[in-house]
Design a protein around this ligand. Structure first.
Ligand code: HAM
Length: 423
C-alpha cells in the first residue's frame, strides 16, 4: 500500500468554513487599517537570514525556532518568523518619501516551536507598522487600532498590558542595576537563565521557568529608571489611552520575545484563553531597528496579532461566528443535457452564487446535497419545466413553498428575493 502523507507537525489545513472565517477576520482588520489610513504591504515570505539575525540575536524566536536553510545558490535564507523585520527591511530598501509611513499586513509566519493548542509552527498574523515618527499620538493610534479591531469582532475579554522599556538614554543605568541584581541572585536562578544573563539580562525577565519566578518578581523594573523625556513620552501615551476610555494594566515586567523593543511595549491578552497561550497580540516601539538594518535612524512602532489564537479566543467567547461559503441557490437538474450548466453560468454572471448537482444523480440525491449546502433557494429543472421554459423555485428555509418561474425572469426574480431575505 502506498503511504499517505499528513500535514507536518505544527501545521494545519484550514478548510471551509474556518478558512472563510479567517478571511473575514482579515477583511475586518483591513477595514480598521483603511479607516486609519494604512496602506497594504505584501513582502516576501522568505528573506536573507541576516535580516532576522540582526533583530533578534538573543531571542529564542531567532536563535532556536527559525526555519533557515541554504537555497540552491548556497544563499542563507529564512522563512519569516515575524514581519516587523521584513517591513523595516522594505522601508530601508525603498526609502518612502512621505513620513510617517503607515502599513498593514497579513500572512503566515514560521517558528519551530513545540506545537500545542494555540501554538503552531505555521501561524498567521495581521499587523501594522508605522515608521518615521516618535509622536506619542502614533503609539496611541497603533494601540487603539488593535483594541478597536478586537471590539469589531465582538471580543470583550481582552486586556491590554502596557510597559515602557526605555531607550538608550535610560537603559545603561537600568541594565547595570538589573545585571547586578541577577548576578547577586544567580545561585537561585535556573541554569538557562544564568546563560541568558550573559547575553541579555532583560531576557531573564521573560523566563517562564518556575524556579526563576521569585527572583524575577523582585527584580528592578525599567519604569523606575526612565529619564524625564522617556517618562513624559510614556505618560502621554497613557493619558491618550485614558482619554479614549481604553483601559490597560501597567505590566512592568513585560519585555516581549524580540530584541528590538524600546519605550512603549504592549501585549493584548485574552482572559478567555488558557494562560500559556493567552497572548492574542503584541507590539511596541523599535526606534533603533531601521538603523540596525542599514537605514537612517528612524523611529518605528507596530504590533502583530495572532489570527489563529484570536479565533480560538472568539470560540471561547462565543463571538464572530461564520457560516462559511453558502451558495444563494442550488440547481437540481432532473433532465440532464446541459441545462444546469447554462443556468449556473447565467446566474453567476448576474452575481448570484449558484452551486449545482453533478454526475446525473437522482433528484432525491441532489436534493440532499442542496439541503446540505444550506442554500436558501433550490431551482429544480424537471421535464415539464424544460418543455415550458420554466424552472421551479423552492424556498428551502422559509415558508413560501415553491413557485414556477419563467427562465427569462429567473435572474431578476431571484435577485429580488435574495435582497428581501438579506434585508
Ligand atoms: P510576537 O509577540 O512574537 O510579536 O507575536 C505576535 C502574536 O503572534 C502573539 O501575540 C501571538 O498571538 C501570535 N503568535 C506568536 N507565535 C505564535 C505561534 N507559534 N502560534 C500561534 N500564534 C503565535 C511579533 O511577532 C512582533 N513582530 C510584533 C510587532 C510588530 N512588534 C512591533 N511591530
Amino acid at each position: 500500500m502506498v503511504a499517505k502523507f499528513q500535514a507536518l507537525k505544527g501545521t494545519r489545513d484550514i478548510m471551509s468554513p474556518d478558512s472563510e472565517r479567517q478571511r473575514a477576520l482579515v477583511d475586518a482588520f483591513a477595514e480598521q487599517a483603511r479607516l486609519a489610513g494604512y496602506g497594504h504591504i505584501m513582502s516576501p515570505i522568505f528573506e536573507d537570514l541576516g535580516v532576522f539575525l540582526r533583530v533578534g540575536g538573543s531571542t529564542d524566536v531567532v536563535t532556536k525556532e527559525m526555519y533557515d536553510f541554504e537555497d540552491k545558490d548556497g544563499k542563507r535564507i529564512a522563512l519569516r518568523p515575524e514581519l516587523t523585520a521584513s517591513v523595516v527591511r522594505a522601508f530601508v530598501q525603498h526609502n518612502p518619501p512621505s513620513l510617517p509611513w503607515k502599513v498593514w499586513y497579513e500572512g503566515p509566519q514560521f517558528r519551530h516551536e513545540k506545537p500545542q493548542a494555540g501554538r503552531y509552527r505555521q501561524f498567521s498574523q495581521v499587523g501594522i507598522e508605522v515608521l518615521g515618527s516618535d509622536d506619542p499620538a502614533v503609539d496611541i493610534e497603533v494601540i487603539t487600532l488593535g483594541w478597536r479591531f478586537y471590539q469589531s469582532l465582538g471580543m470583550s475579554q481582552v486586556s491590554l498590558l502596557l510597559n515602557s522599556l526605555g531607550d538608550e538614554t535610560c537603559r545603561p543605568a537600568y541594565f547595570a542595576a538589573l545585571e547586578e541584581y541577577l548576578r547577586d541572585n544567580a545561585a537561585n536562578l535556573s541554569e538557562k537563565s544564568v546563560e541568558t544573563l550573559e547575553k541579555n539580562p532583560l531576557r531573564v525577565l521573560d523566563s517562564k521557568r518556575g524556579q526563576d519566578q521569585e527572583i524575577v518578581a523582585g527584580a528592578p523594573i525599567m519604569v523606575d529608571y526612565l529619564t524625564e523625556e522617556t517618562g513624559e513620552h510614556f505618560a502621554a501615551v497613557r493619558e491618550g489611552l485614558d482619554s479614549l476610555g481604553i483601559s490597560y494594566e501597567i505590566s512592568p515586567r513585560l519585555v516581549r520575545g524580540l530584541d528590538y523593543y524600546t519605550r512603549t511595549t504592549f501585549e493584548f491578552a485574552s482572559t478567555a484563553l488558557e494562560n500559556a497561550q493567552n497572548a492574542v497580540g503584541g507590539g511596541g516601539r523599535y526606534d533603533g531597528l531601521a538603523e540596525s538594518l542599514g537605514g537612517k535612524p528612524t523611529p518605528g512602532i507596530g504590533f502583530a496579532l495572532g489570527v489563529d489564537r484570536i479565533l480560538l479566543a472568539c470560540d471561547a467567547e462565543g463571538v464572530f461566528e461564520h457560516a462559511g461559503a453558502v451558495p444563494d441557490v442550488f440547481i437540481v437538474d432532473d433532465v440532464g443535457g446541459g441545462e444546469a450548466t447554462v443556468l449556473a453560468d447565467q446566474l453567476r454572471s448576474h452575481g448570484i452564487a449558484a452551486d449545482r448537482g453533478f454526475d446525473g444523480r437522482s433528484m432525491k440525491a441532489q436534493m440532499k446535497v442542496a439541503n446540505r449546502s444550506n442554500a436558501p433557494w433550490a431551482i429544480i429543472i424537471g421535464e415539464t419545466e424544460q418543455a415550458d421554459g420554466t424552472v421551479t423555485l423552492r424556498d428551502m428555509h422559509g415558508d413560501t413553498g415553491q413557485t414556477l418561474i419563467s427562465r427569462d425572469d429567473l435572474p431578476n426574480e431571484l435577485s429580488q428575493r435574495l435582497g428581501e431575505t438579506s434585508r
